[in-house]
Design a protein around this ligand. Structure first.
Ligand code: NI
Ligand code: MN
Length: 241
């Protein structure tokens, strides 16, 4: 696991592939976002090796995001934050500690503020050939106890209200999809960064499936006119500290 020590604010962020990120706060709290490990070609860890998770954030119901939430939360007793429709689904499967919330709200968990924000995408769970409605897709802003703010965009197209996210929450670090087809491509993601004006951006949700053709190189090209934002390319398993 390579260490990139350009961000030194007392936390560690690990990319586990696709849209899966693990955040270790300096308080010892561990947050897992969109924990899709089973079947994820980029998975940098087996789901059985995930332990000691305090909080799981789910952006939407699609399998490559809801992923192993049920299994991991059941085993680790992590709290799960998600849309009310997904929380009902998970509670119906016997999961405890599920927190349903909605866009615009902030949930405080042991000195960390989790704000659910808008995303432009669909959301559903496919089970036994049935499609289950799971509300809307969302993103999250995680404000750590030291003030460092991380925006995980989830699956989304670019939208003008990203300006609101930039203005209100001033993310230091943005995690944005660049693969295209289902989500933003490099051009849209660079446009998003103009509105979010983060200090750092890490691209995600590319290369996992053949249709996700956006590349980090193309994203860097699109970001060339925005020198105030540092583009950090990770490999699955890499961490920022
Ligand atoms: Ni999706
Ligand atoms: Mn996806």
């Amino acid at each position: 696991m390579s260490k990139i020590s350009r961000i030194s604010r007392g936390f560690e962020l690990v990319w586990l592939g696709h849209s899966v990120f693990e955040v270790h706060a300096s308080t010892g709290l561990t947050i897992l976002i969109d924990p899709w490990l089973t079947g994820n070609p980029q998975a940098a860890r087996e789901k059985e090796k995930v332990d000691r998770i305090d909080l799981i954030l789910v952006t939407h119901g699609h399998g490559d995001h809801l992923g192993d939430t049920l299994e991991i939360a059941g085993r680790t007793k992590a709290h799960v934050i998600c849309m009310p429709e997904i929380s009902q689904y998970l509670a119906g499967k016997g999961l405890e500690n599920v927190v349903g919330m909605n866009k615009g709200g902030t949930y405080r968990f042991k000195e960390i503020d989790i704000t659910m924000v808008h995303a432009i995408h669909s959301s559903s769970i496919t089970e036994d050939d049935e499609i289950i409605y799971t509300g809307e897709a969302v993103g999250y802003v995680v404000k750590l106890e030291n003030g460092f703010s991380i925006y995980h965009a989830g699956d989304t197209g670019v939208f003008k209200d990203m300006e609101i996210i930039g203005d209100l929450y001033q993310p230091d670090l943005a995690l944005v999809p660049i693969g295209g087809h289902y989500v933003m491509g490099p051009r849209e993601a660079a446009y998003a960064c103009e509105m979010l004006h983060p200090k750092y951006v890490v691209p995600m949700h590319y290369g996992t499936f053949p249709v996700l053709t956006g590349t980090p190189a193309a994203f860097k090209d699109e970001m060339a006119h925005l020198p105030s934002v540092e583009v950090i390319i990770l490999n699955p398993g890499d961490s920022l500290t």
